[in-house]
Design a protein around this ligand. Sequence first.
Ligand code: F6P
Length: 559
Amino acid sequence: MNHAPIDQTGAWQRLMEHAEEMRTTHLRELFVDEDRGGAFMRQAAGLTLDLSKQRWSDATLERLLDLARAVEVPQRIQALLNGEHVNISEDRPALHTALRLPPEAELVVDGEDVVPGVHATLDRMATMVARLHARQWRGATGRPIHDVVNLGVGGSDLGPLMVTHALADYRPADAHHVEVHFASTMDGSQLADYLTRFNPETTLFVISSKSFTTIDTLSNARTARDWLMARLVEDGIQGVDEEMVMRQHFVGVSAKPDKMSEWGIAEANQLLFWEWVGGRYSLWGAIGLPIALVIGMANFRELLAGAHAMDEHFAKAPLGDNLPVLLALAGIWNVNFLDIRAHSILPYDGRLEHFAAYLEQLEMESNGKSATHDGRQVSYSTCPVLWGQLGPNAQHAFYQLLHQGTQPVVCDFIAPLKRYDDVEDAATRDHLKAQHRLTLANCFAQSRLLMLGDDAIDEPGERPGHKRYRGNQPSTTLLLDRLTPATLGALIALYEHKVFVQAAIWDINPFDQWGVELGKQIAGETERMLADQHGHEQMDASTRALLEAVWRAEGGSDR
Ligand code: F6P
């Protein structure tokens, strides 16, 4: 792709000029316009997006839409959804949207309709889930599986972890209770805890790894395998052999069937997905097995349907009403024109506890790039630093910085409009609904205070410096009608597409992650050095000293 760098286009220059005047405009001045609330509010797929507290005007948005048109965002969206090779560095499509197409759809990619394969995998997942829910999946000693541990990291962990937590209320009533757990860290902390508590006879491990080479996951998997073998085979439980343990205690989810077989996963227990699904975009298929185990297959399909509704909206809504496009443009405006390069994700709902961590990977691994499609270094900022945690807890932790620090930060406030009306006990229901109201009040109060600063209260007289609030911190508010499988699906898809639109504008590839590869290689070399106590002479002084500290601690040589 050869075209002028985006920051040299007329559309970008017009935004730069416009930013000159907007930079000195305080949000409170923009709110002189009484109609502003509704003017920047849009709805789709059970979500309401309020962008009125962005430091922008109609004129800004018009210019940003011109920028989107200049980089042909509508055509890029179609290319993504049609399965063109938008992942240029790896020469393949990025077809997570195909994972949520309904069965009657057709999508021919590189000469093949991918939809039947997608649904065949969903059907295999459904069979596994049904067996586990019916207590028919038994361990090697014949006892039904009770604990399922997902071993995976990054996209093979964060999405399922986030969704199972968010939708834990959606457990199907008629299903046998299977407890789902996650172990991701290579140091074995989470796994070690499970191994002390769980019964090997009733524990199943799901090894989730697109590449099936990730050392973090494979070292947890090896520890788990040895634990099972030691307890079930070597302790001599009658009639149990290694093959039975592998067949009844391990499921593999990967794009690499040969590697799964080599590792010992029985073919019947292999769930496959495709190279054209990026790891951090993969929760919609086989990687979502833990989700389906918690919420059941019907609810899992609702999650897919919600995401598909957002895909349809993304494909069809005009740019100016298109939620992912608008969210992306607000981000571009903040990063590239207002120099706001910190972005906080603040859900006001405890069920979304892991949402920020999930988005950290989605956004920063996708768009933390500085090379354009044709290999040039960008001359503008790309992905901001993104972090967050539950808003109510963050109020007591880092909101101080948001209100009175020196960093400009943009915040995404996320909350459901309704909650708890299905709680049976009336008194508890009333209490919980009141807590929900309190939470919404905090959410709205914080975004208002961040916007207006001191003007949020009517208090006469000059305030001392340490009590002043400057305001003018922009924010987005995202309201879900309720938190359901469908609205959560739409919410995740909204952010996926936002990332895609921003990448299109920045001319970077959101679907590769070469930036993490060298670290893996060097970690391998360092591990060998640590073990062999050899080769460190060539290292820098800091690494040498750190290695020597380990050897001293181990009581080994102090070379
Ligand atoms: O190293 C980064 C990464 O490749 C992520 O993109 C991915 O989600 C994670 O590692 C896990 O990869 P895999 O699913 O192949 O084990």
